[in-house]
Ligand binder design. Structure first.
Ligand SMILES: [Zn+2]
Ligand SMILES: [Zn+2]
Length: 121
């Protein structure tokens, strides 16, 4: 049984800007080619950093969001992918227990050295 060739093609002309993929680990944007190189490195780095953190700041390993990246029309659903990756990267942030702002754990440690509770008026 021969496979029918798909009707749908990814149309590069539909992409208004060079497509970038948000890394679900660090939340930075990478090109569609470099993301596949970056992700394993980023995850490795994440593990290294996570292991160095105090126990209470360690986080579960980020999970790659499962998003159907191709829509029914055959286009990359980059918006959905970006949003899911952002949500995943944001969940890596830890709130400061003094001011409530969220930081990456290594940043939080630095931040808390200078974060002081606001003096009551
Ligand atoms: Zn990354
Ligand atoms: Zn703070």
């Amino acid at each position: 049984m021969a496979l029918r060739s798909t009707k749908y093609n990814i149309e590069p002309t539909m992409v208004r800007h060079p497509p970038t993929i948000v890394c679900y680990i660090c939340g930075r944007e990478y090109g569609t080619k470099s993301i596949s190189i970056h992700e394993p490195q980023c995850l490795k780095k994440w593990h290294n950093e996570n292991n160095l953190l105090p126990k209470e700041l360690r986080r579960p390993e980020p999970k790659k969001p499962e998003v159907r990246t191709i829509t029914a029309k055959g286009f990359y659903d980059l918006d959905a992918l970006t949003e899911a990756a952002w949500t995943s990267a944001q969940s890596q942030l830890v709130p400061c227990n003094i001011c409530g702002r969220t930081f990456l754990p290594d940043r939080l440690i630095v931040h808390q050295r200078s974060c002081k509770p606001k003096a009551a008026k």
